[in-house]
Design a protein around this ligand. Structure first.
Ligand code: PMP
Ligand code: GLN
Length: 381
């Protein structure tokens, strides 16, 4: 046997891969991994193929195409009244996951502490550990998963290098408020703590609520990276295109790593996105588009035995099933997939010590027909 000292001895294949595979093996409706089962806009797809046919098939500039950076910065500065500069404060990345990994790798050293909120998107923790960082988890409590900022204050030490927040939040569908941001601003004032604000669902937010981007708060933006994903916004998760924003000095450090990590992201897609983003309707229509899906899904399952608080953002809905069974959520999610032919994600896998609140996550980025078939099954359980 070869003697391998794994850098991530406790990490196995991600739950998204596990559940999507199980769904496919059992021909179950797959509401587990977060991705739309409908296509992106044909116009955007045409723009990509035009870019390829027009010869944009070699490397893009390392930080990304300037025309794309310009249109993103204009969008961000208009929406959030921020002051980013296209030359120095933005880098186009191969999805948000790469941006998050690169940010962590550029700043986290052995012994540094990074505060994260659980349940958390599953890439944060192993990325921190790979670079010798210590994860300081704070468990948010069901059903409202709000942040107790006094607890955060207690967890901050002289070793705290970074805090990672995520709004709208995967997997809970909750959002942070202006008050949350003010509290965070007070906590971080007079520290050198870097903030990583994962905002990949910025345009998927409901009931007319405003997304509280870090970009709106100068006292936070001055120390923050914002990560974003075109996969979520334009129904193209398989393209793995995203970007990150940060002040010049932080971004300079990011690019030192980025240039050796991927060097640059996919060029024809950058050409296409630069053109497509000139029409704000393409992203401003997203809240209504997904709210309709959320509302349809919830109206169809309202008489089921699942209980829920409607998601405030993201394309995920948590359903609590304590009235149905006292099985653990992993076992129940597996049984639902195998016996009832519907796949979801057990939320305990994102919690501290696999805390099990009997909650499953369902992705409603699906066609009306799929949502109806899924709801029919859920009502029969
Ligand atoms: N952060 C969160 C909270 C996510 O849900 C996702 C989507 N999987 C990502 C980051 C990564 O986005 P991308 O697919 O662009 O890497
Ligand atoms: N973000 C997606 C989700 O939460 C999955 C991403 C992935 O498969 N890594 O389902």
């Amino acid at each position: 046997m070869r003697n391998i000292h794994s850098k991530l001895p406790n990490v196995s294949t991600t739950i998204f891969t596990v559940m999507s595979k199980l769904a496919s093996e059992h021909q179950a409706i797959n509401l587990s991994q977060g991705f739309p089962n409908f296509g992106g806009d044909q116009h955007l797809i045409n723009l990509v193929s035009n870019a390829m046919n027009n010869g944009y098939n070699q490397y893009a500039p390392m930080p990304g195409l300037l025309s794309l950076r310009e249109v993103i910065v204009e969008k961000t500065n208009t929406l959030y009244k921020s002051n980013y500069h296209p030359e120095s404060d933005i880098t186009i990345t191969s999805g948000a996951t790469q941006a998050i990994f690169t940010i962590i790798s550029a700043f986290v050293n052995t012994g540094d502490e990074v505060i994260i909120f659980k349940p958390a998107y599953d890439s944060y923790e192993p990325s921190i550990e790979l670079f010798g960082g210590t994860v300081i988890p704070i468990q948010l409590l069901a059903p409202d998963y709000s942040i107790d900022w006094k607890e955060v204050a207690r967890k901050i030490t002289s070793k705290t290098k970074m805090i990672i927040i995520n709004t709208p939040h995967n997997p809970t569908g909750t959002i942070l408020s202006k008050q949350d941001m003010f509290q965070l601003e007070i906590l971080l004032k007079d520290t050198d703590i870097i903030l990583l604000s994962d905002e990949v669902y910025e345009h998927i937010i409901f009931n007319g609520q405003e997304h509280q981007s870090i970009a709106r708060f100068p006292g936070l933006a001055e120390r923050a990276f914002i990560t974003a994903s075109f996969g979520k916004t334009f129904h193209t998760t398989g393209w793995k295109m995203g970007y990150c924003l940060a002040p010049k000095d932080l971004m300079a450090e990011f690019r030192k790593v980025h240039q050796f990590n991927v060097f640059c992201s996919n060029h024809p897609m950058q050409q296409a996105l630069a053109e497509y983003l000139k029409t704000p309707e393409h992203y401003l229509s997203l809240p209504d588009f997904y709210q309709e899906k959320r509302d349809l899904f919830l109206s169809l399952i309202k008489d089921s035995r699942f209980s829920y608080i409607p998601a405030a953002g993201t394309y995920f809905q948590l359903l609590e099933y304590a009235a149905i069974t006292d099985e653990g959520d992993v076992a129940f999610a597996e049984r639902l997939t195998k016996e009832h032919k519907i796949a979801s994600i057990p939320v305990s896998v994102f919690n501290m010590n696999q805390q099990d609140d009997k909650v499953l996550r369902f992705c409603f980025a699906k066609t009306e027909d799929t949502l109806k078939r899924a709801a029919e099954i859920l009502c029969s359980i």
